[in-house]
Ligand binder design. Sequence first.
Ligand SMILES: [Zn+2]
Length: 410
Amino acid sequence: MVSRPRHNFSRKPNLADVTAAGHDMLRLVNRRILLSILSDRQPISRAEIAKISGLNKATISTITGELLKDSCIVEEGSGRTTPIGGKPPTPLRLNGKRFGLFGVDIRADETIVALCDFNNRIVARISFETGSDPVVFLSKIGKEIRKLRTKYDSFIEFPGIGVSLPGLVDNHTGKFLLSVVLPWRDVPVVQLLEKATNLPVIIDNSARCSALAEIWHGKAQYAHVRNLLYVSVSTGLACGMVIDGGLYRGGNNTAGQFGHIPIDINGNDCRCGQRGCWDLYASDKATLKRYLELRVTNGRRVTTMRKLVELVEAGDAAATEAVRETARYLGIGITGLINGLDPEVVVIGGEITKLWGLIEPIIVEQTKRNLLAPRSHVIAIRPSAFEVRPSLKGALTLIQNSLLSVPHMG
Ligand SMILES: [Zn+2]
């Protein structure tokens, strides 16, 4: 029998920016693995952590000792005894008060600022009308965050602010580049917000933030997937890709704009310069336009997806047909993406998912017809199911990810 190594390494080392496996790096990685296990399974004993991580008990004991000392974790109910007199294993938990994480979800109409604890519980949430002048607006957001820091001073540390933005975002330079829904252009969001708050800021595009939130906090049945595609259906269409547990951002940090893959070369002109882009058929804008074309002349004027969803729920035939047609086009685009990317799960987010019972069979039917992979039937297509907006959850997850993620070694 061939003896195979347990690890299946596949990455070429990054020689331009080497991350060598020195002692400090190993310590950091093991700490983060432990914290992630705790975040996922708490309360959990040291013995169970050893079983999951494969680390020996002495190493677990050393690391948990350090984490207790740093107030990152707490022991639960210590001092109890079992009926036969032995000492039961002491379950460990993350200390919610260790970190206060800020998330800012900027949308064209409304911006939400939220503060959550290390256990992902939102402790404060404020909303504002999004301002047209980014410098003035971000200064105001900074002021609100400073106020929240003062009010919630029982947190030991505020490690940073995650910001979700609608449009092209260069996470590397910290700039918001452009968007069709928000009239901001080339805004140095990181620089402005760091100056206003004195806290580290991480920004990303809302579809990518949402994808990140799904792998950290998605439903239990797919919380452990490594490859996930998030399709954000909003005014436009944008996607976020998680590949092998990390966000795929691309060579120029703008990956995910699958909305601009043409699905009809004879279709209408798109703002990107091409014709018949997927965005023109499956976005909320497309659904609203279709409804206007289908509705009877005395129908109600509808300008938001929220209103259109209400009409479908009330049994409006034209609204229902407009949404059904969008579902078909979502299925067409998603089929292509599944064929190309082979994700384990496709998660769809946006107002339209409130009509999941209507759109799911149409999307699934469409994908089943054209998928290449023989195991296609196991690919799950699910609605995002966060109580808070997925992109807000994603903004908060940007900071959590920065505290718990592990590096690509080499
Ligand atoms: Zn286009």
